[in-house]
Ligand binder design. Structure first.
Ligand code: GLC
Length: 634
């Protein structure tokens, strides 16, 4: 498309001054990009983030004290794992009061201060919402067990199978995700109750409209406190087959207590799940339109489900909208440590192909339930995986500590192990399933307990590598995983990263590359080596026109520095270290380094002021001439 030079200058200045447009930028499709469509959601695991009172457990005041860290990193949205009252059997995912703060985390006042401080720093707070199950210590469960009127069917109760000898068996072969039968006998009520997770997490009965109502009430309670939305936990477990049919065997394992023993066709992904998601979407949209003073309230949904199901969460066949962001876990579940470049490309494309048009892609690189990036892909891949995450189109989800390349602490002893599924499988197998290794305290500094807490003992041990691997050290270093992460976030502010078209290709089995481009403007190119060998990459085919590329962001092991120029021809090959990546820019005219970006932005803003001034002056002159002319006529 040809644009006259003046128009080009104006377009260029608009693209670069995007932040001045109240966070809304017009896209090619004429839609507006809302805040949540191109943000980085930073997941905070409150128990392990920062302890403010020396009890060895992270808390709300600790989080508030670290909000400036988020702001200086460039994070504008944080998702907090559960902070509600809980007996902590599943570390907050077993809630005994949905409207109270867990006392060891602080008070409601602490929460309000957290929200206010966050908004003051431009950070939106998203809470974890756990609808599938409560704690068995919740009033609702106690009342339900006692068959109190109105609460009888709040949970999923069943008689089970009475045997001739008078004993009872669970109603069917359903297993808990965390090992063992999904049914627990309740002595007082003389019935079994369903629990898809631990037995202390009874499943709420979403076929009961009173439960739906009670949960809507919880959502509204926190919306009224000013949260920007929710991450909805285990959403695809909400409904089960009403006729309680046995699930067919998977053939994967001989252990009937293992969750892998059967195919979960009657306990997961039932069609009713979608209806509930759509119901919550209406609730959020309604609240957003009634309270426009704060940005759009959103939901992100956690479901380890098939891609076509997740695509329906975005929007179903009839165009009914559901989850703003159905979590895309493919970098965790489908791209394993030994994946080659084609696997990465395939999984990225797969999401974009299935996602209905007009929605925001999202990429989750880690969370509190899965091994960390450094442990999945190797420590040398940390920067490359952050480059991938942060330069793909759409939303990025970072689990706290991934910006430093924190590693799993896999050697936690059986005595120190607290994760319920790990405790359930026993001393021999616990290391294979434990989630404790990725939940160890955040490594702030080389002080005692990595600066996380002053307590003699922390709730989980601190990773022993903290004296070398910590934020303070990475801030002091010339270049570090943290500085790379920060540069990538800075790069995301460029309009190309929000609006740029996307194209990805495997260059070989070891290397893949993708581009973000926009006609007549810079192109951003990310190149990633997923092998454990150094790679020399000929970019001439991928880049098309032989011209110079400039390094925007390079990893800690890279030969290149930011601002270096890289010639593109067959003779000059790009060097990528094992597991390394690089982000380059290709510009049509003047080449600008990352450091010069701000300067140019300022210059453009000043130029805009001058241009507007000239325009006003011209208009004024024009009017004056016209008035004179008119006067002359009469
Ligand atoms: C989700 C949470 C996980 C929790 C489970 C049960 O998968 O992420 O931590 O144990 O739900 O609530």
């Amino acid at each position: 498309m040809y644009a006259p030079p003046l128009i080009q200058i104006l377009l260029f200045s608009l693209l670069y001054s995007g932040s001045a447009m109240s966070g809304l930028v017009k896209s090619e499709t004429e839609d507006f990009i809302d805040w949540w469509q191109h943000t980085v959601f930073y997941q905070i695991y409150p128990r392990s983030f920062k302890d403010s009172n020396g009890d060895g457990i992270g808390d709300l005041q600790g989080i508030t004290s670290k909000l400036p860290y988020l702001a200086e990193t460039g994070i504008t949205a944080a998702w907090l794992s559960p902070i509600f009252q809980s007996p902590m059997v599943d570390f907050g995912y077993d809630i005994s009061d949905y409207k109270q703060i867990q006392p060891e985390y602080g008070t409601m006042q602490d929460f309000e201060e957290l929200i206010d401080t966050a908004y003051g720093l431009g950070i939106k707070i998203v809470l974890d919402f756990v609808p599938n199950h409560s704690s068995d210590q919740h009033e609702w469960f106690k009342k339900s067990a006692a068959k109190e009127p109105g609460f009888e069917d709040f949970y999923v109760w069943q008689d089970g199978i009475l045997q001739e000898n008078g004993t009872r068996l669970p109603p069917n072969n359903w297993q808990s995700v965390f090992y063992g039968s999904a049914w627990e006998w309740h002595e007082a009520r003389q019935q079994f109750y369903l629990h898809q997770f631990t037995k202390e997490q009874p499943d709420l009965n979403f076929r009961n409209p009173k439960v739906v109502q009670a949960m809507d009430d919880v959502i509204l309670f926190w919306l009224n406190k000013g949260v920007a939305g929710f991450r909805i936990d285990a959403v695809n477990h909400l409904f089960e087959d009403e006729s309680l049919r046995d699930e067919p065997l998977s053939g994967k394992t001989q252990d009937p207590l293992s969750y892998d023993y059967s195919k979960h066709i009657y306990t997961k992904d039932l069609p009713e799940v979608l209806e509930m998601i759509q119901h919550w979407r209406r609730l959020l949209d309604d609240f957003s339109s009634k309270h426009p003073e704060r940005p759009t309230r959103i939901m992100m949904t956690e479901a380890y489900a098939g891609i076509s199901k997740l695509a329906d969460y975005y929007e179903d066949h009839d165009g009914v909208r559901g989850s703003h962001l159905p979590f895309n876990f493919h970098f965790i579940t489908d791209v394993k440590g030994d994946a080659d470049a084609r696997d990465f490309v395939y999984n990225v494309e797969k999401w974009l192909i299935y996602m209905p048009r007009g929605h925001a892609a999202n990429w989750v690189m880690g969370n509190h339930d899965n091994p960390r990036v450094a442990s999945r892909f190797g420590a040398s891949s940390v920067d490359a995986m952050n480059m991938l995450l942060l330069t793909l189109p759409g939303v990025a989800v970072t689990y706290n500590g991934e910006e430093l390349g924190m590693e799993d602490y896999r050697d936690i002893s059986w005595q120190d192990t607290v994760d319920p599924p790990a405790r359930n499988v026993g001393k021999k197998l616990y290391k294979e399933v434990s989630r404790d290794p990725e939940r160890t305290p955040f490594q702030w500094s080389n002080e005692v307990n990595a600066g996380f807490s002053t307590a003699p003992k922390t709730w989980l041990p601190v990773h022993p590598n903290y004296p070398e691997l910590n934020l303070e050290a990475q801030k002091a270093a010339n270049k570090s995983h943290y500085s790379v992460y920060k540069d990538l976030i800075e790069l995301r502010h460029s309009a190309i990263m929000r609006l740029g078209r996307f194209n990805i290709e495997p260059i070989s089995r070891s290397v893949f590359a993708f581009k973000r481009s926009y006609p007549n403007f810079e192109t951003i190119i990310t190149i990633i080596n997923v092998s454990d060998r150094e790679q020399l990459v000929d970019l001439s085919e991928f880049v098309n026109r032989p011209k110079k590329l400039v390094v925007e962001v390079s990893g800690v092991d890279s030969k290149y520095e930011e601002g270096d120029r890289i010639p593109v021809d067959e003779a000059s090959k790009l060097n990528l270290p094992p597991g390394g990546g690089i982000v380059l820019s290709e510009r049509s005219s003047a080449v600008m380094s990352q450091q010069r970006r701000n300067l140019v932005k300022q210059l453009i803003q000043s130029a805009n002021v001058v241009l507007v001034g000239l325009l006003v002056y011209n208009l004024w002159r024009h009017k004056w001439t016209k008035v004179n002319f008119n006067q002359h006529q009469f």
